[in-house]
Unconditional design. Structure first.
Length: 139
């Protein structure tokens, strides 16, 4: 399994009313397929925690799509095999009262894809209620 680090420059999700999300997210994939996500972003949901219970609330996920300029092409969460339980369902980011993140998030077992399989896909960040607010392409 090929390992490496991918990076996405985050911007506004298409058709989002949140005008301010920005920053860098790095996705590190090791030779066992484990994923570590490092977020250094601003303008995200306020006071997010890993205990948020809303569907996709405070979530950060790799999606099927390979664009960020058309919300109809971004698609859902990206993992394989499709018969497995969605590994993204509990991946959430912490943020402070200003919507700033500076965090490492571990995803043991990853999403079933290696570095090359994740490269070029959309990384999406959700607000506390689960609405998509930010998107960037992993390169």
């Amino acid at each position: 399994m090929k390992a490496g680090t991918l990076q996405a420059t985050m911007g506004i999700y298409p058709a989002s009313s949140n005008p301010s999300p920005r920053g860098i997210v790095q996705v590190m994939i090791d030779t066992f397929g484990n994923i570590k996500i490092y977020m250094n972003t601003m303008g995200m949901a306020l006071s997010c925690t890993s205990t948020n219970t809303a569907l996709n609330g405070c979530g950060v996920h790799i999606h099927v799509g390979t664009v960020c300029n058309d919300n109809t092409l971004i698609g859902g969460h990206y993992w394989t095999p499709a018969t497995a339980t969605d590994p993204w369902i509990n991946i959430r980011y912490p943020s402070d009262t200003q919507g700033t993140t500076n965090a490492n998030i571990n995803m043991n077992g990853g999403n079933g894809y290696d570095y090359n399989g994740n490269k070029g896909h959309a990384l999406v960040i959700h607000d506390a209620g689960g609405t998509r607010i930010s998107c960037g392409i992993l390169y």
